[in-house]
Design a protein around this ligand. Structure first.
Ligand code: FES
Length: 157
């Protein structure tokens, strides 16, 4: 995933949606897919090319929690916070992950290896508590398994 803003690629993405201001949410999703986050440079360029103010774009970015504005870690660990997983201990698992990684939800470790994020149902409720690391979903995850999965991310913890 390219992380650095590239004005030509950004224009290409914006043009895929006809450079129309009503397509702002779709444009932002496309940026997240491409870069993993929406940088300040991206916000500036999107505003300019969609003929919006930066405040307009910021407003939409901050409304959706899917739109992160900081560069994500190499690996993204998402822990389900929805009802079924909560009933099966996802809160305790989250607290364990936060303490193990030394970061809070939405944070990224200092070495840039891991970002921790909440997610609200991974469609794996029968195997709660569920987590997702990068694109892979894991079910019935306990603290030891989480530690092992984090270790497999190459994180020295
Ligand atoms: S509630 Fe966690 S996977 Fe559905």
């Amino acid at each position: 995933m390219a992380k650095k803003h590239d004005a030509a690629i950004a224009t290409e993405i914006i043009n895929q949606f006809g450079a129309k201001s009503e397509m702002l949410v779709q444009v932002l999703h496309a940026f997240v897919q491409r870069y993993g986050y929406i940088s300040e440079d991206a916000i500036r360029q999107i505003a300019l090319e969609l003929n919006l103010s930066r405040a307009d774009v910021h407003g939409v970015v901050s409304f959706y929690h899917d739109f992160r504005t900081t560069e994500p870690g190499q690996h993204i660990v998402k822990i389900c916070q929805a009802e079924s997983c909560q009933a099966m201990g996802s809160r305790e698992l989250t607290a364990h992950a936060e303490s193990k990684l030394g970061i809070a939800m939405h944070g990224t470790t200092d070495d840039g290896q891991i970002s921790l994020e909440p997610v609200y149902c991974l469609g794996n409720c029968a195997c709660s508590p569920a987590i997702m690391i990068d694109e892979k979903v894991y079910g019935r995850v306990n603290k030891d398994q989480l530690d092992n999965l984090i270790q497999d991310c190459g994180a020295n913890r």
